[in-house]
Ligand binder design. Structure first.
Ligand SMILES: O=C(O)c1cc(=O)[nH]c(=O)n1[C@@H]1O[C@H](COP(=O)(O)O)[C@@H](O)[C@H]1O
Length: 289
């Protein structure tokens, strides 16, 4: 199961997930000028970030929107970035957040678990119902793939719908969590967790312990660290002694160079330093839980 590989990776390299949300304006101008095309500039920026962080990164999350926004050249850069992650024997999460009727979901599954855009994990929204998730599941056993389903997101607007109290006096996210854990039971790895994970933003702290306990077999993808205000202490409650999830930071790592004088020259060095610091902070905070 792919979850065993991710779990092992966290054990060896810590829980940081490096987010490759590579906006063109994040790539230093001098670096971009060295390449004949924007596509090559973006790919090489990503390669430098991957090389500089891989020692302390459990996995890499590539947010497709940043590449789609550039049209075909962006999608080629997206494909080449996923390939580079694979060549380096690292684990990729394609952040595509799909959710549609089952027939259409079959096509999304084919698009992102096979062929040009193949990745190890993808993110999905289960809020259209569990039949919209079903078509991805056959890839879990057959092709060693995994999914992260949105449970409680990091944005303020999470409260608009996910926090609504249902007739059974539970929040919508509690109900969704139970469904995720139930599906996940069928896809357990050897490490206690399932290849059906959940996305829980660290910017909200309510019921953190309950969520972690209720979803004791569910591995978490935890966004919201750094640029969105989340810190190591906010993450710790979701981590189950440090091995129950991966913690994403995108802008915090990609733009670490902006905090340094003349940092753009060695942007990769500062991304590497930020990743290591984040790893240490998370490991320290999780020790006390
Ligand atoms: O699924 C996600 O990864 C995700 C879920 C969520 O609740 N909040 C959230 O920020 N994300 C993603 O996590 C990344 C956060 O980026 P930074 O805020 O720059 O670290 C982006 O790629 C978001 O799309």
């Amino acid at each position: 199961m792919i979850i065993d590989r991710l779990y092992q990776s966290v054990k060896e390299k810590g829980p940081v997930c490096v987010g490759l949300d590579t906006a063109v304006e994040y790539v230093p101008g001098e670096f971009l000028k060295k390449y004949n095309s924007l596509e090559d500039g973006i790919v090489n920026f990503n390669k430098r970030i991957i090389d500089a962080t891989i020692e302390n990164a459990a996995c890499f999350k590539v947010q497709i929107a940043y590449y789609e926004a550039l049209g075909l050249l962006g999608l080629r850069a997206y494909k080449r970035t996923l390939e580079y992650i694979k060549e380096n024997k690292a684990i990729s999460i394609a952040d595509i957040k799909r959710g549609d009727i089952a027939k259409t979901a079959q096509m999304y599954a084919k698009a992102h678990f096979e062929g040009d855009f193949e990745s190890d994990f993808i993110t999905l929204s289960p809020y259209m119902g569990m039949d919209s998730v079903e078509p991805y599941l056959e890839y879990v056993d057959k092709k060693e793939k995994g999914v992260f389903l949105l449970l409680r997101t990091s944005n303020e607007g999470a409260k608009d719908i996910q926090y609504i109290t249902t007739k059974s006096d539970r929040k919508v996210y509690n109900v969704v969590g139970e469904k995720i854990q139930n599906i996940g039971e069928k896809y357990l790895g050897n490490c206690q967790y399932s290849s059906i994970g959940a996305v829980v933003g660290c910017t909200h702290g309510e019921e953190a312990e309950k969520i972690r306990t209720d979803l004791n077999k569910t591995f978490f993808l935890i966004p919201g660290y750094g640029a969105q205000g989340g810190g190591a202490k906010d993450v710790a409650a979701y981590m189950n002694k440090g091995n129950g999830g991966v913690v994403n930071s995108s802008r915090g790592i990609l733009l670490a160079y902006k905090k340094k004088e003349n940092g753009q020259k060695d942007f990769d060095r500062w991304a590497g330093e930020e990743t290591l610091n984040m790893r240490k902070a998370l490991e320290e905070a999780c020790k006390n839980i």
